[in-house]
Design a protein around this ligand. Structure first.
Ligand SMILES: [Zn+2]
Length: 84
């Protein structure tokens, strides 16, 4: 499914509860360039709704190289498929 980047307001103010089911967090490790899409429901397993995305992403760890603390991240949203 195609995703497009969305801006949901100032990054520092964004909380987990602001993400919709059609959103995902696109995370990129600055050390090894591994990229991953994280679904909101996976974050709800580990974090409270009111927690800020800046804090959550700071606690993420790269599964390839173990880097943590400075992940690049953006919110992306599933784009509707063009009619065929
Ligand atoms: Zn990495």
């Amino acid at each position: 499914m195609p995703y497009e980047r969305v801006i949901l307001g100032p990054r520092y103010a964004l909380r987990l509860e602001n993400l919709q089911a059609t959103d995902a967090v696109e995370v990129e490790c600055p050390a090894c360039r591994r990229r991953a899409l994280v679904a909101p429901h996976k974050l709800h397993d580990r974090f409270a709704p009111f927690e800020r995305m800046t804090q959550i992403c700071r606690r993420m760890r790269c599964r390839r190289c173990g880097n943590s603390g400075d992940m690049n991240w953006n919110i992306v949203r599933a784009a509707p498929q063009a009619p065929r």
